[in-house]
Structures are given as C-alpha cells and as structure tokens.
Design a protein around this ligand. Structure first.
Ligand code: SF4
Length: 78
C-alpha cells in the first residue's frame, strides 16, 4: 500500500494530482468521473486526465473538497 504524501506516478501530467495517502474510497470519482479513475488494482485513485472544460474544473474542485483525506492537490502549474 502506498502511504506517501508524494504525487502518485499514475496521475496525468498537470496541475491536479492525487498523493499516495489515497485510501481508494472513490468519493472523488463520483464528483469528477471524467477526470479521476481507480488504479488497475483498485488500491488508489489518480487524476486520469486534467480538466479540459470549466465543468471538469468545477468537478475536480468538488472532488478536492470532498476527499476525506485531503489528498487531491493543485500545484497551480498549467
Ligand atoms: S476521495 Fe481522496 S481518498 Fe478517496 S479515492 Fe479519492 S483521492 Fe483517494
């Protein structure tokens, strides 16, 4: 199990990312289904693609707010 506070390597390159603290609860994917997806083995979630519209940006922001472990981040780089 990954427990690091580092960015998971499976995240799509870009400003939004999930860290290794993720417990795979799936709340984020319910908020942002077009941008966040589970790993192949279901042990963590990651940003599968960066937002490409205002709607996807809002959904990712909702996912950040809803994550119980606060392990979805935005580094501000575009
Ligand atoms: S809401 Fe947070 S802890 Fe739950 S799967 Fe998403 S990133 Fe992981």
């Amino acid at each position: 199990m990954i427990t690091s506070t580092e960015r998971i390597r499976a995240n799509a390159w870009g400003r939004y990312y999930v860290t290794g603290e993720c417990n795979a609860c799936g709340v984020c994917a319910a908020c942002a289904p077009d941008n966040i997806a589970p790993s192949w083995d279901g042990t963590y979630y990651a940003v599968a693609c960066q937002p490409a519209s205002d709607r996807e940006e809002w959904e990712l922001r909702d996912a950040m707010a809803a994550c119980p472990l606060h392990c979805i981040h935005d580094d501000g780089d575009l």
